[in-house]
Design a protein around this ligand. Structure first.
Ligand code: ZN
Length: 93
């Protein structure tokens, strides 16, 4: 299945899922029923989230040239949670 994009003049863009190679040059708009022309979009390039794109670039770069570091990265310390007032009533050791 593939997702094909169409542009209705009144309702705006919409997508239709069909088997690959079966896209019609026009599709019926689900909102108003008017025939809408197909628009062409780059496949999956515009929909890649920025964080995923960064991860993919880093993965590709490290496959050919691993990143070299000078030392062990510092450990991340979580801040202590705020004290719970109910702890004051607990017995002390
Ligand atoms: Zn429409």
């Amino acid at each position: 299945m593939a997702t094909y994009a169409y542009q209705c003049a009144d309702c705006g863009p919409f997508e239709v899922r069909r088997p690959i190679g079966t896209a019609e040059p026009r599709a019926e708009c689900a909102g108003c029923g008017a025939p809408a022309p197909r628009v062409f979009t780059p496949p999956l390039l515009a929909r890649t989230p920025p964080a995923k794109a960064r991860a993919l670039r880093a993965q590709e770069a490290s496959a050919h040239e691993p990143r070299v570091v000078d030392g062990v990265p510092p450990a991340e310390r979580r801040p202590a949670p705020p004290p719970d007032p109910r702890w004051a009533g607990l017995p002390r050791p």
